[in-house]
Design a protein around this ligand. Structure first.
Ligand code: ZN
Length: 429
C-alpha cells in the first residue's frame, strides 16, 4: 500500500484521540513492539521495541539504543487530539414531539460552521464498573453508522447569513439524534449498552465526542491533495510512526522515540499532555534499564534532538494578505520549519539548521513559516515540552489549509516528503 492510501486508512480508523492511540498500538504490536506499564518494573535491552500508553490517549514508542546509557535520544513529538465537540453528562434534551438533541461542549478551537449539515457519529471511551473500584473497566466505543446532524438554520430565516453569522456554542451547535423518542433520558446510555453489549447499570461515565463520518480522500486533477478531518495532527502522527516502523530494523546507538501527546489543543496541561513530566519519566527509565544513573540521563538529554511535528498554515490562494510576505509555505513544496521571534516555537538557527540539513539528505524541499507580523498565530507543544526537558529541537510541520475545520486539506507530496525526512532523521549514524 502506498503512503497516501495508508494515511487515509489511518485517519479513518482514528476518529478520536483514544482511537488514534489504539490504531498506533495495533501497528506497533504487528511490528513486534511490546507494551510497558509505568506501574511495573521494566526490562529493556538494547534494540528492544517498546511503547507506553498514558490515559489511553497518549502513546510513547521507542527503539532502545545500544548499551551506552548517555547516548542521546532522537525524538519526534506530535499530538493525538483534534478540536471538536464532547458530549456532556445528562446530554439528552427532549424537544417538540419527540425530537431529541444532545448537549455538547466545545473542545479546543474548531471552525464551528464546518460542522453543520454533515453526517456525524460518536466515538471515545466508556468507563464501566469493575471489581477494582480504583480501576474502572475502560472500553473504546465507536458508533460506525451516521448518528447525528447539526442542521443549519435555513437562509430564509436569516437573509444576512452570508455576511457574517455569529454562532453560539450552546444554542446553535447542538446535534439532533432522533425525531420521535418519547422519553430520551437514557438514550445515550442505552446506545452505549447496545454497542458494547454491556449492562446499562455498569456504565459509570464516558469520554465521548462527535466525529465526521466523511472518509479521508484524495482530491485534485492528479489526486495531489488530501481532504480529511484531523489531518492536524494525525498526519504528522502517521508520518512519525511510519518513519519509526520503516527504520526500526536498523541498529542505532541512540534511542529513537515517537512521543504522541494528548490535549495540545487545550494547552497541554494534563497528565497525558506535553506540560506533564511523562516523557521525562519514560526517558529516565530507559536510561536506567540501559544501566545508567542520573548523570547518564542528564548527559543523554543534553545530547538529544527533538522534532516537534505539528501542521503549519499553507499559503491560501484566496487570502494572500494574511501571510508573511517572504515566508509562506506553499502546499506541495515540502514540510516547513516554524519560526517565531517570541519563542512560541522552539526553533532557532541551530535546530532549524539540523532539520534543513536532514531535508537536504532526504532530497526533499524545506520551507519556512513565520507569522505575518500583524497576525497572532498559534503555538504548539514543542516549547511547552522544553520547559520540562531542556531539549534542542525544531518545530516543523507539513502545510495545510483550513486548520481546525471539520475537513482540512493538505498535499500528498508533502506527506511523502515528511515521511522521507523523518526516516532520514531516524537513520542518522
Ligand atoms: Zn496541531
Amino acid at each position: 500500500m502506498n503512503y497516501i492510501d495508508d494515511l487515509c486508512e489511518f485517519l479513518d480508523s482514528s476518529p478520536l484521540n483514544f482511537w488514534a492511540v489504539e490504531t498506533m498500538r495495533q501497528r506497533l504490536d504487528a511490528a513486534g513492539f511490546r507494551q510497558l506499564d509505568m506501574r511495573y518494573e521494566w526490562n529493556v535491552e538494547p534494540g528492544d521495541r517498546c511503547y507506553v500508553v498514558q490515559n489511553g490517549s497518549a502513546i510513547f514508542a521507542f527503539v532502545a539504543g545500544d548499551d551506552d546509557p548517555s547516548a542521546g535520544f532522537d525524538i519526534i513529538a506530535a499530538h493525538s487530539d483534534s478540536p471538536g465537540f464532547r458530549l456532556k453528562p445528562n446530554c439528552e434534551i427532549a424537544c417538540e414531539r419527540g425530537n431529541v438533541k444532545l448537549n455538547t461542549e466545545v473542545y479546543g478551537g474548531p471552525i464551528l460552521y464546518t460542522w453543520f449539515d454533515r453526517p456525524l457519529s460518536i466515538a471515545g471511551r466508556v468507563a464501566l464498573r469493575s471489581a477494582d473500584v480504583r480501576r474502572p473497566d475502560l472500553r473504546l466505543l465507536r458508533v460506525d453508522s451516521p448518528l447525528l446532524v447539526i442542521p443549519h438554520l435555513a437562509i430564509h430565516f436569516n437573509r444576512a447569513v452570508n455576511e457574517g453569522n455569529p454562532l453560539s456554542k450552546q444554542a446553535d451547535m447542538l446535534p439532533v439524534v432522533a425525531l420521535d423518542v418519547a422519553n430520551p433520558r437514557n438514550l445515550v446510555k442505552d446506545l452505549i449498552s447496545e454497542t458494547l453489549d454491556v449492562d446499562p447499570d455498569d456504565i459509570l461515565d464516558y469520554d465521548l465526542s462527535l466525529y465526521s463520518c466523511a472518509k479521508a480522500t484524495t482530491v485534485g486533477l492528479d489526486n495531489e491533495m488530501i481532504c480529511s478531518g484531523r489531518l492536524d495532527d494525525l498526519s504528522m502522527v502517521h508520518a512519525a510512526l511510519t518513519a519509526l516502523l520503516d527504520t526500526c530494523g536498523a541498529p542505532s546507538q541512540r534511542t529513537r522515540v515517537v512521543a504522541i501527546f494528548d490535549n495540545e489543543e487545550t494547552g497541554s496541561g494534563t497528565k497525558q499532555g506535553a506540560a506533564s513530566p511523562i516523557l521525562e519519566h519514560i526517558l529516565r527509565r530507559i536510561v536506567a534499564c540501559l544501566g545508567g544513573d542520573d548523570s547518564h540521563f542528564l548527559r543523554a538529554v543534553a545530547d538529544s534532538f527533538m522534532i516537534s511535528a505539528d501542521n503549519a498554515h499553507g499559503f491560501h490562494p484566496n487570502y494572500g494578505s494574511k501571510y508573511d510576505p517572504t515566508n509562506h509555505p506553499i502546499l506541495g513544496h515540502g514540510p516547513c520549519v516554524k519560526i517565531n521571534a517570541n519563542c512560541k516555537y522552539m526553533t532557532d538557527a541551530d535546530s532549524a539548521a539540523v532539520f534543513r540539513h536532514i531535508c537536504q539528505m532526504a532530497d526533499v524541499e524545506c520551507q519556512s513559516f513565520v507569522n505575518h507580523s500583524d497576525v497572532a498565530g498559534g503555538s504548539t507543544l514543542g516549547n511547552i515540552l522544553t520547559s520540562q526537558l531542556p531539549l534542542r529541537g525544531v518545530d516543523m510541520g507539513a502545510p495545510l489549509w483550513a486548520m481546525h475545520s471539520c475537513c482540512e486539506t493538505a498535499a500528498a507530496a508533502d506527506h511523502i516528503a515528511t515521511i522521507k525526512a523523518f526516516s532520514t532523521f531516524f537513520s542518522l549514524i
